[in-house]
Design a protein around this ligand. Sequence first.
Ligand SMILES: Cc1cc2nc3c(=O)[nH]c(=O)nc-3n(C[C@H](O)[C@H](O)[C@H](O)COP(=O)(O)OP(=O)(O)OC[C@H]3O[C@@H](n4cnc5c(N)ncnc54)[C@H](O)[C@@H]3O)c2cc1C
Length: 425
Amino acid sequence: MHFLPNFTLELARRKGLEISIVLFDRKDFIQKGPRGCNLCAGVIAESLIQRLERRGISLPPRKVQRKIGAYYFQLKSSGWLLKHPLKKDAITTVFRGNGPRFSAQEGNISFDDYLLEQIRRREGVEIVPCPVNRIELPPDLHNPVKIIYGSGDNQLSMEAELVVCAFGLNSNLLNKIVKMGFGYVPPETVRARCMEIFLGEEIILEHFGNTIYICNWRSAGGMFYAGIIPKKDYLTMNVVGERDAGKNELMKLLNLSEVRKRFPEGFKPPENFCSCSPKVAFSAAKKPFTNRLVIIGDACCSRYYKNGIESAFLTAKAAANAVFNAGVSESDLRDEYCRKIKRLIIRDNFYGRILFKADELVYRSPFLSKVLMRLAIDEEKRGKGGIASVILWNMYTGNIPYRKIFRMALTPAFWWKLIIGVFSY
Ligand SMILES: Cc1cc2nc3c(=O)[nH]c(=O)nc-3n(C[C@H](O)[C@H](O)[C@H](O)COP(=O)(O)OP(=O)(O)OC[C@H]3O[C@@H](n4cnc5c(N)ncnc54)[C@H](O)[C@@H]3O)c2cc1C
């Protein structure tokens, strides 16, 4: 995700500094399929849409696949629809690249390319569509860092004051950075599985509408969470779990009777479809910085099972602020960058883990699931978001920090409702 140049240019302008930024990316986001895509389900949180709009970046209609206004929580035999507490269609689904492999759509619908477009014409920014192969750290802070880039025999190098690594979790650079020996340890990961299914706009609207379907199940390998995300004429199916999710988990999802009945009668998965198995982090990296080098985005840390794109935005902002307010030495980055991301993301994930464990307990108890479901349905009928709906909505959309949701879940108002729910069942 290319959020950093935006922050950096703004801070430099405010401080009256002239800087130049060279951005390397090995992907061409106007390609279809995994070659042009950063392997993600493409749900842009309402909070990120607002953050982008505050920076003057609003997504043009051609980049928006669907506006989402509700989540459907599928239980074994029933489920419940949770609408946005303010009845807005505020979450946005996109394609990170230029649509799925084998898709026939024309034009440029890539979200990531749109982010690049925001900086392409800015003075002081050069975009180099090339892989970075190696980074060489300086012997001391008086010397620049060296970047070696290019394909095949065409290897070039350049020097820089600072390298910001935003290469994600699926990059060949990850292990090279570990081997540099300054103490970086990448986040622990599991493999998720994504699949794009073409159904056509009418069928998507009729069977899925503007709703994301959430479904959990437990298997020998642990808990799995699935999301079925409607795009314009495709469905993105996404499975992530406590261990690697593969084709079997995707097929299991497609064959769950409660999921199957959402599809048109006689539906069979197509023979050729776009699919990928990217990594998802479930812990934070250790020491994502050293003199003249800082790691942001997924390769540093992201919110527990939620809003990785927004985490990339937040870590980019924290890194830019740290560099302009303190400097590029290891101790500057430890004091300014590390402290900030710990507060914003890493400590918050502690509460996220507790909430997801509680969610699993509720899911495993048919009685508790039904009590919570009745509570949320009852609040829905009254027409405004009650505390149960607000907690569930924010937990599944990741719209507010986990610690705030945790605090809400501890309020007497919530427990009172829950106790009444239990006794009146
Ligand atoms: C299955 C799945 C579904 C997800 N769904 C969502 C979702 O719906 N919403 C959400 O907010 N988050 C989601 N995420 C998380 C989200 O994708 C990531 O958190 C986010 O993309 C991280 O951004 P990043 O910049 O750190 O890395 P990336 O987005 O992976 O970007 C890394 C960039 O670095 C480039 N790169 C890598 N190596 C090199 C190299 N050597 N030289 C040059 N360039 C290089 C790549 O080409 C790429 O453009 C999902 C993740 C997974 C795995």
